[in-house]
Design a protein around this ligand. Sequence first.
Ligand SMILES: Nc1ncnc2c1ncn2[C@@H]1O[C@H](COP(=O)(O)OP(=O)(O)O)[C@@H](O)[C@H]1O
Ligand SMILES: [Mg+2]
Length: 238
Amino acid sequence: MSTILRVESLGSGYGELPVLDGITLEVGSGEIVSVVGANGAGKTTLLLTIGGHLRARSGRVVFDGHDITRLPAHAAAERGLVMVPEGGRLFPFMTVLENLELGAYHRSARARQQESLDEVMRLFPILAERRTQLAGRLSGGERQMCAVARALMARPKLLMLDEPSLGLAPIIVDKVFDMVRELVRTKGLSVLLVEQNVGNALRLCERGCIIEHGRILKMARGEDLLRDPDVQRSYMGL
Ligand SMILES: Nc1ncnc2c1ncn2[C@@H]1O[C@H](COP(=O)(O)OP(=O)(O)O)[C@@H](O)[C@H]1O
Ligand SMILES: [Mg+2]
């Protein structure tokens, strides 16, 4: 399996506060990797730094064969590295369709906007049904679908998902995770997922990492982490 994303000794933080301390991980092409950890462990900071929303203070990010460490987020997105932020961050007073169109903001995605739109409407019929509704009126699950669909409008190679299960009922969480699995299977996408929902995230991924205080504590196959007594005790209440 070829590597689509390689993160080497990545460090970053906010002002005086260091958060990430030497994070190293890899995502293979067509692979799902989950990074799980408690609130405040540095999961969002990791995705923001990889995606170029937050400046790396040390280390490297190599995406699809290119060093993108110093690239701003829009340039990383143009190369195919696209983030779905926590909660989806849709514009609530714009329609579903307008939100989706905003996903195709960079030049090469805009050229294929109609094709992408047809595709996501086919993938998510509920969004086609609700295309003229305000995004703020979507249910939690539909909102997460719409956020993923908007990211797909940017023609990503790798999707970074920030806690897609947050605030959703368990049955809806299962649906969202099924949708991610299906996207990877049918479209050959790669996924870097960060989650506090440790059980679901580790069941979904091939490989998983545990992040604590800005460091990777363990990295292993998801199924092995699920059976790891330390992981069960610390993160799954078992
Ligand atoms: N904008 C910010 N300014 C200052 N500190 C922040 C900011 N965002 C997050 N932090 C701090 O960085 C650490 C990691 O946060 P975060 O990456 O959001 O964790 P997680 O996503 O795992 O819950 C926490 O200590 C948090 O308080
Ligand atoms: Mg977070």
